[in-house]
Design a protein. Structure first.
Ligand code: IPE
Ligand code: IPE
Ligand code: MG
Length: 263
């Protein structure tokens, strides 16, 4: 069914109808994580300021969130700002920090209509007051929504997340709430910011970079990776479908053997 859809050149209403049926397919990934990269290069190619690329990238976020919802993805995690991105010029950082407000202002009615729940991973307290406030408001407003989880990684860094989890676990041990023998993979998982979410099934990175840039190091242990040269502002439903189609062809072994391979 997927092939048939992918073969079409235009994504139209009827196609979206068909996409909805895909949610019945077991091979639809539950959780997709995306490293949205290439906004700056997109702008540079057009002799525009980098922030114009970020603005265009925001439109892609909307497009892909809609598509993920239509296809029946349960969780879409989007890497929007890393703990390392503070190194960028202040003007660019300020613009990136204003994007959640711009995004939510225009998209919130549709978020509610689609029953989407907004969530966040990352060090929220280090965000500017307004950014924090709009994100808090969106999370509060959507907390009872039961559809797609739109999870933004904002001021997120995997190493910082792991360090924090380690410290929190050690505090529990110090206070006698956990013993060293209690600590296993599940415990560590429970202390990460993603504790309530299943691990990503599929990781997409755009713009031709083939690295993780400090993203979900623990959680991606058995995730399928998919890279594309397409820059994030140019990424569209077709690319997203292509990634899912490729995912469907993968053989996830988790270190074991599958089916016939056992013989
Ligand atoms: C991704 O695009 C957005 C963020 C990292 C915030 P970039 O801004 O990294 O774009 P390039 O990699 O410079 O093209
Ligand atoms: C990763 O992209 C971070 C986000 C997409 C938010 P970067 O553009 O910051 O990564 P590097 O610097 O190329 O590794
Ligand atoms: Mg980049």
């Amino acid at each position: 069914m997927f092939k048939r859809i992918f073969g079409k050149s235009k994504i139209e209403k009827s196609l979206l109808e068909e996409q909805k049926n895909l949610s019945k397919n077991d091979l639809i990934p539950t959780h997709i994580a995306i490293i949205m990269d290439g906004n700056g290069r997109w702008a540079k190619k057009r002799a525009m300021p980098r922030i114009a690329g970020h603005h265009e990238g925001m439109k892609t976020v909307r497009k892909i969130a809609r598509c993920a919802d239509d296809v029946g993805i349960k969780i879409l995690t989007l890497y929007a700002f890393s703990t390392e991105n503070w190194k960028r010029p202040k003007q660019e950082v300020d613009f990136l920090m204003s994007l959640p407000q711009q995004f939510l202002k225009s998209f919130m009615p549709e978020i509610m209509e689609r029953n989407i729940r907004v969530q966040l991973i990352g060090e929220k307290d280090e965000l500017p007051q307004t950014t924090k406030a709009v994100l808090n408001e969106a999370m509060e407003k959507t907390k009872d929504n039961t559809g797609l989880i739109l999870n933004f990684a904002m001021n997120y860094g995997s190493r910082a997340e792991i360090v924090k989890a380690m410290k929190d676990i050690m505090i529990e041990v110090r206070d006698g709430k956990l013993t060293i023998d209690d600590i296993n993979e599940e415990t560590i998982n429970d202390y990460l910011m993603t504790s309530q979410l299943p691990e990503p099934d599929l990781l997409i990175r755009t713009s031709g970079e083939v690295r993780l840039s400090n993203f979900m190091l623990w959680q991606l242990a058995y995730t399928e990776f998919w890279f594309t040269d397409t820059l994030w502002p140019d990424f569209d439903e077709q690319c997203f479908m292509e990634a899912i189609l490729d995912y469907q062809k993968r053989n996830r072994r988790y270190g074991g053997l599958k089916g016939e391979e056992m013989n």
